[in-house]
Design a protein around this ligand. Structure first.
Ligand code: NCD
Length: 309
């Protein structure tokens, strides 16, 4: 499908070929940044963040500005007329009048899809509740592609809050576009995959196994993708207390890893990934975060200008 003017809502809206186009564009931008420094001149991107963010917000902002474009927006709904009772729909409709593209993060599942139905400009989902986070998956897959040159054939473990983490769900759903050799879904029983994601995976034919203990498979993994427990998404704080601290990647666990394995994390980390691990050769999460800028530059260029400019 054509990239120009396209909404970016779920990783499953894309094909492997679409991702290849995106990766090659990002690589070209990494190699020759000066060539693109004015590519988005005159373009205005709206950043509507109804939830906290560090990397997603800043890397979108950096991506637009590194290509000579500009951004407007907000990071707290308390600074908008939502605080006076205005609806999400009217807020989206208004921002849409002012910009060429909207980037939206919101705590409700489906909010970006809904926004894309009412906005004239393309909408990019920067995270909707526990559901989707396609641009994080673009960054994650690009990081794998840069490191290994391929994704199919890898043995991948995803550890942590598979129930509420949109970064994990999106990553796992996205893997159905490839053929990893094996996928281990590692979590305490309370944080297992949501049924709709499990059903999709099963129907895709991808070989996956749901297990409790990382220690049993660490030595097999090429990739370990870790996520934090998404405390803010638990309807019941008592449930959160039950699982908090139930898994942790530290030097002792990592000692069992292959030397050439990579340890990924969308960040922020809280207590599931210790700081001592930062020195390990497998630590890849800050490199992964650094790819947020070229990948989002490539994405914005494709969505705003199309493929051949
Ligand atoms: C993630 C998110 O917001 O879903 N952060 C990010 O975008 N890198 C992960 C998280 O909050 O745990």
């Amino acid at each position: 499908m054509k990239w120009k003017s396209r909404d970016v809502i779920s990783i499953l809206d894309f094909t492997r070929e679409d991702l290849e186009t995106l990766f090659h564009e990002a690589l070209e931008i990494e190699r020759r940044p000066e060539k693109y420094s004015r590519a988005l001149e005159g373009k205005l991107v709206g950043l509507a963040f109804f939830e906290p963010s560090t990397r997603t917000y800043l890397s979108f902002d950096a991506a637009v500005k590194r290509m000579g474009g500009n951004t407007i927006g907000f990071t707290q709904e308390t600074s908008t007329s939502i605080a006076k009772g205005e609806s999400f729909a009217d807020t989206v409709r208004t921002l849409d009048l002012y910009v060429d593209c909207l980037v939206i993060r919101h705590p409700l599942e489906g909010s970006s899809r809904f926004a894309s139905e009412i906005a004239r400009s393309p909408v990019i989902n920067a995270g909707d509740g526990s559901q989707h986070h396609p641009t994080q998956t673009f960054v994650d897959f690009y990081a794998l592609w840069r490191r290994f040159g391929y994704i199919s054939g890898l043995v991948i473990g995803v550890l942590g809050d598979l129930r509420y983490s949109r970064a994990a769900s999106s990553f796992i759903l996205g893997l159905t576009l490839y053929r990893p050799r094996k996928l281990y879904l590692i979590s305490p029983p309370l944080l297992r995959l949501r049924e709709e994601v499990r059903a999709y995976l099963a129907a895709s034919g991808l070989a996956f196994e749901e297990i409790d203990r990382l220690e049993d498979v660490m030595h097999e993994l090429d990739v370990l993708y870790v996520t934090r427990v998404q405390r803010e998404r638990f309807p019941d704080p008592g449930e959160y207390e039950k699982v908090r601290g139930s898994y942790r990647v530290d030097g002792r666990v990592l000692a069992k890893a292959k030397a050439e394995a990579v340890l990924m994390h969308p960040l922020p980390r809280v207590e599931e990934l210790t700081y001592e691990v930062d020195r390990a050769p497998q630590a890849y999460y800050f490199k992964q975060a650094s790819y947020g800028v070229p990948v989002r530059m490539a994405l914005l260029k494709l969505v705003l200008l199309g493929e051949s400019s």
